[in-house]
Design a protein around this ligand. Structure first.
Ligand code: PCA
Length: 337
């Protein structure tokens, strides 16, 4: 097997900044790397291609356009400057909203606008399980990539990956915000970027099982939950992807089988890992809309169904990580708006 092909992007300077460290980090990483992480004995060869994006709509959509025209990578890391940050921030979520405090490099200054109608989306990597001791510097997990060009870039790339990949799950992609150089040197930020890439692509010590869980929302903003017949815990309905079955097809099949409804699987909202019987379940929360039918429990799988307000998550007896998923929905209101 040849080296993994990784795309790393940085941005040009913008606003009052004469210099953008993300550009230097991205360009400095171009070439061959032998990736490893502290907590694992595994390593892997990777070839990094670097690109510098313009800080405007063209730059934000450039990677998505490359994916649409058939280019592909084994992983994508976008890097941008966060001028108010002290530590690097790994972004979990891309919002559909933009609201700019300064004009971008094309003079565009949007106020409270939606990028398009597709809705918030999130990466399919569970950053909450990353162990700080495996990384070369401290970092934060963030659910807010801002409302400027970095968020716009992440949004377009995540959506394009979901649209153009036929794999069970699209290749991993993350957005990394780095602080100004007075808080983190370019060398340290570069090492941290390599740590992130290694964590994204190194094989897991446990066999991975890709699982999809459906987020179905009614007009009142309540979400559909199902109570398992076996242990009476509550879960988002769904199940395992079959070999070579893509996440959207798996989601649509599972909800037809389990709830007798035809749904459209719209987008991935986030991923939660759960170790069970030696296998790592990677549970992908999928925003779904019902196109036909009324959900009905199949008693061999679920004892009952209910519509639940996300704020009521604390009192429930949950399956696996489903409580954390509901907390996420309650906190960040990532339901369609
Ligand atoms: N940071 C900006 C855009 C480009 C960059 O490096 C942002 O956080 O949106």
């Amino acid at each position: 097997m040849g080296p993994l092909r990784i795309l790393v992007t940085g941005f040009e300077p913008f606003g009052t900044h004469q210099y953008n460290p993300s550009q230097e980090v991205a360009l400095g990483l171009e070439g061959h790397h032998h990736l490893s992480i502290a907590g694992s004995e595994m390593s892997i060869n990777a070839e990094i291609t670097s690109r510098v994006l313009t800080v405007d709509e063209h730059g934000a959509i450039q990677t998505a356009n490359s994916l649409a025209s058939g280019e592909s990578w084994d992983a994508i890391l976008h890097i941008g400057l966060c001028d108010s940050c002290i530590h690097p921030r790994v972004e979990q979520r891309a919002q559909q909203r933009l609201s700019m405090r300064i004009p971008d490099n094309s003079g565009r200054m949007l106020h409270e606008q939606h990028i398009d109608g597709r809705g918030d989306t999130g990466c399919w990597i569970d950053i909450s399980t990353w162990k700080k001791q495996d990384f070369s510097c401290d970092f934060e997990l963030s659910y807010d990539a801002g409302l400027f060009v970095c968020n716009e870039t992440y949004y377009h790339t995540l959506h394009a990956l979901q649209l153009h990949s036929a794999l069970q799950l699209p290749p991993p992609c993350l957005f990394l915000h780095i602080p100004p150089t007075e808080h983190l040197s370019v060398a340290s930020a570069s090492q941290f970027a390599l740590d992130c890439i290694a964590t994204m692509v190194l094989p897991s010590p446990n066999p991975i099982v890709e699982v999809v869980a459906g987020l179905v929302t009614n007009k009142q903003g309540q979400v559909l939950l199902a109570q398992r017949s076996d242990d009476h815990t509550w879960e988002f309905p769904g199940g395992k992807c079959e070999p070579n079955e893509n996440w959207a097809d798996a989601m649509e099949r599972e909800l037809l089988e389990e709830l007798n409804v035809k749904v459209e699987a719209n987008r991935i909202l986030g991923t939660w890992e759960h170790l069970r019987n030696g296998s790592m379940l990677r549970i992908h929360l999928i925003d779904c809309s019902i196109s036909f039918g009324q959900p009905r429990a199949d008693p061999s799988v679920h004892a009952s169904l209910m519509w639940c307000d996300p704020l009521d998550h604390e009192s429930m007896n949950w399956t696996g990580r489903d409580g954390a998923m509901m907390e996420y929905i309650a906190k960040y209101n990532s339901m369609p708006r």
